[in-house]
Write a protein that binds this ligand. Sequence first.
Ligand SMILES: [Zn+2]
Length: 523
Amino acid sequence: MSAADTHLPDPERVDTALGVLTGSDLEPIVEMVLLARDGGYEAHAHDGSVRFRRRGPGEAAGDDGHDWAFEVEEVRGRDPLGDTATDRFAPLEAELAHRFPDRTANAYPFAHEQVAQLFDHPAAPDLCVIHTSAHHWAEQGGHLGEHGSLASVQCRAPLVLAGRGVRRRGMVDGRAAQMVDVAPTLLALLGVPPAEDGRGLDGRPRPDAVLAHQDGDPLLDLLDPTERPDHVIGLLLDGTNPNVMYDMAARGELPNIARLMAEGSTLRDGLVSSLPTVTLPNHTTCLTGRHPGHHGILHNAWWDRSRGERVVTNSPATWATAMDDLAPGTDSVHLALRRAEPDALSASINEPADHGAGFSTFDLMRRGVRTDFPRSAEGLPHSSEMFVRPVKDYALFTQVDHHGVQQAVGLVGGEYLGTTYPVPRFLWWNVTLTDSAFHEGGPHSEIARASLRDTDGRIGELLAALDRRGVLERCAFLLCADHGMEESRPGVGGDWSPALREAGLDVRDEAFGFLYLDTLSGE
Ligand SMILES: [Zn+2]
């Protein structure tokens, strides 16, 4: 069931809003506007529009397995979603040569699937505004690095697979993965058997699905089926631009990440995050194998029509309970592993998307357990002092990541806060400093690079702990991020709300771009 079936905003208001948003005044900040209506999907840009529909089960042509098939019904002017190339603006030189690309230069990987999944959620917005690459959110703190869009650089995260059970293909060109592929890939490495009654992206039974609902596919071309790891380590470096990370690794600035890359396969075209390409929806996608429109963590904030209330998941006050909003029946890597191996330790470090984990930092927080969180960032190892002192967030997230690596090293070593543990079968660690620093200075700044160097040092601590425990050679690693990060252009800012208000539309705008047209009046 799609949002279009259950909720119909006034068509006149929709058309008025589309006219304003794709008008010339907002052209510098609005790339396109997405919506679902009359059983199909539409993308509208300043210079053209497209209408397409998703074929029903059984209508899919060929041997696409469980993927959706789409049919373009009408194009007027230029098709805003006409370019779905996955290799645009990679590697770093290509990105630097095309800063602030406009809509005619950008590409939108997996665009039709991205749009359709979003509108499967009953709380999907009436209109989803995609901002331009250049758009600088001056009002929201003036970040020089941004993400959230459907376009190449903002949706592209790094992906490195390494160690036991992984093929050593080095840097792989011409192959992008999707965020929904991460969970099935982790479970393939763990050797977890198919779920009972598993279902695929199209909702039909899928006999090889390892998750109860599985939108993606395991990256079998990167795995070596002749060997299987005893332990699988997942590292999510929030907000890391892959072009920058790969370049630094090649220059010898990230020796531990470079070591992983040397012992496995890295995707140059990266890991394409799901729309909206923001943090919590994609952390959840990573660990559940479902798109945001399906797992239910739709955005960092959204409007729930059925409850008549605003839902905010991505804030320090709500991270610990964010998974309360998961759609019923949503599976996870942790749950699937523990179904197959009830005694296995499945650990989640500093990760709000901890559904089903046996050990979780956020579970300790929910239970009010006192941990060894450092009082200050001063003097912590692997911390760039030149940024720790002047930049408050750099200091805070240095503390958070130090705490994370202490937990990971403790678990691997067999003891944390006086409790003993077996070596985790699956250990997932969410690194937060990178996102903060890449936002602060933009992806090509010294502060962003410093955050990766510091993080690489902490990864080295974890590798050393695995080595001390004698299990390093039996581990597989998956290193990724949750979304990309693109340089924004100061001066290209502003918001669409004043223009909409001027046209008589008092819309609700959640998380900057999720527009609800008829929630304010009459409530
Ligand atoms: Zn993020």
